[in-house]
Design a protein around this ligand. Sequence first.
Ligand code: GLP
Length: 265
Amino acid sequence: MDVTILKDSDAVAAAGTDLLRGVLRQKPNAVLGLATGRTPLAMYQRLIAVCCDEGFSFRDVTTFNLDEYIGLSPDDPQSYRAYMKRELFDHIDIDQGNTFLPECATETDPLDVGPAYEALIRSRGGIDLQVLGIGHNGHIGFNEPTSSLKSRTRIKTLTRETISANKQYFKDPAAQPQLAVTMGIATIMDARRIMLLATGKEKAEAVRQTIEGPVSAMCPASILQMHEAVSVLLDEAAASALTLRDYYDWIAEQKLRIAGNTEGR
Ligand code: GLP
């Protein structure tokens, strides 16, 4: 894992933006996996600000979101479709016909959504870069602790902890869904490259278990240790429980030294 510890959440958003721009520079028609929640918001703001500058464009990009609630219509402001439109899609030059979420229309059997989503991802050539946040309990997407590390897109029952963490977004508690469709852990692991963003002290323990803990379904994000191209971007607060902090700083110094030596070659 490539662990980068930055001064604050703004620096994390800037580094995430740079990484994503780098992927699109190399492959303008890349397939992106996107996340919702508080964490990626600052990065989405930056992407909106730079979109369409210097030829940087989302025109040919396809996106697949990690998850969507069951029981909310796409126009419900709390649906992840509405979030994506509000926070990113309506402000960039993406073709919204190429933006996908594992949505479950009322007439669809929820059990069919997962396999259909997997087939759609495959038909678009797979995900080039998957953006992830992390839950307090180490979940990625809505893969809660004890999710199979081999899971595919499917229905998940949210933990009480996740429901409580997200209740701030629902005025009427009765309207908050308890079920979602989420990409599976194996679906996420199929992405060619992964970028995990985490900010704030409340994520510090989940981040420690992800990077330094054993690989375990009790911390679903820990499976990322088995992926060959993961960048973890942390602010100081989210990195505060890491035990090998000196080592990550040492690696960062070496990287700067190597970049200095190779500059201008
Ligand atoms: C949510 C989402 C995840 C997100 C996580 C953290 O429940 N399903 O995709 O990464 O929880 O959210 P936040 O960034 O708001 O802390």
